[in-house]
Unconditional design. Structure first.
Ligand code: FE2
Ligand code: FE2
Length: 289
């Protein structure tokens, strides 16, 4: 049994969910190569949020992925608008199932994807969308997904809160001896929107918890944190660390005194030298990667 399986069983036990109800999470498969051997591309999407965002927009995003063939797709949370609405869940999964089988889909849990006052409802999320926190390796790069709504609103004494934080630090710590080319992190909540030490507001993580995470990410050489939730693009650089927030693939908002940006997603190119990323609206996407 590997660590992932162990994590899964413990989680199911803690959440009181029967293993029989679980589907395997996406993401363990080997991916195709879209760029060359050293450089590869993947997509970061956010907040399809069905049915606040339309099924057509989500379908469009997946259609572009099938056309452009990234190595994989990450969706930074708010997959649906109401965590327990079976129609929204079914619509998300129906469109997600159209993604070519050789392009893994990595879901990130958002604040709309479970009942935030009851962290046990993450067990329900897990049965639909996969693990709420996990990591995967692709071409000697480590990708770490964590559940940030608990960090926003949760109690540090919650068993799940402690459990995830221990897992996060341990995952990053263990990565240090493995000589990965890049370590990146994926969350729903942006850590910060304008600068690393900005005051608390609705869309960022609370400053005291944010600073602990930033310290951890600097310590363990994380290069970038990708997030959603803001329904608008924004970017912060904190020393070597990039905090990248991606607009929704379904419904955009006016933020920071700026008008809505057209919906779309981000293309990331990763190589041993680092990463480059650019947001594209559906109208501006390239013909090929
Ligand atoms: Fe959100
Ligand atoms: Fe959202």
């Amino acid at each position: 049994m590997d660590n992932k399986e162990l994590n899964r069983r413990n989680f199911i036990k803690a959440a009181g969910i029967g293993a029989v109800a679980l589907a395997l999470p996406a993401g363990a498969k080997a991916a195709n190569t879209s760029c060359d051997n050293k450089e590869f591309c993947y997509f970061v999407m956010a907040d399809p949020q069905l049915f606040w965002g339309s099924k057509e927009s989500w379908d469009k995003a997946i259609g572009f992925a099938n056309k452009l063939k990234p190595d994989f797709v990450v969706v930074c949370g708010d997959l649906v608008n109401h965590w327990d609405d079976e129609k929204e869940i079914a619509a998300y999964l129906e469109v997600a199932a159209k993604l070519n089988k050789d392009i893994p889909l990595h879901n990130v849990c958002g604040n709309h994807d479970y009942k935030i006052s009851e962290p046990e409802s993450l067990g329900f999320y897990q049965t639909k969308f996969g693990d709420p926190w996990y990591s995967f390796v692709h071409k000697n790069n480590l990708f770490v997904v964590f559940e940030s709504t608990m960090v926003k609103y949760g109690d540090e004494n919650w068993k799940m809160y402690k459990w995830q934080m221990q897992w996060l630090e341990e995952t990053l710590k263990q990565a240090q001896g493995k000589n990965y080319d890049n370590i990146t992190v994926y969350t729903h909540y942006p850590l910060a929107l304008k600068k690393a030490d900005e005051p608390d507001e609705y869309f960022n993580l609370p400053k005291t918890r944010r600073m602990k995470l930033l310290e951890m990410f600097h310590k363990y050489n994380v290069k970038a944190v990708f997030s959603g939730h803001f329904h608008h693009n924004t970017y912060v650089r904190d020393g070597e660390l990039e905090l990248i927030t991606t607009n929704s693939s379904g419904i955009a908002l006016s933020q920071m005194g700026e008008p809505e940006q057209p919906i779309g997603f981000r293309i990331v190119k990763m190589s041993p030298a680092g990463l480059e990323h650019k947001y594209y609206s559906y109208e501006d996407l390239p013909e090929k990667l």
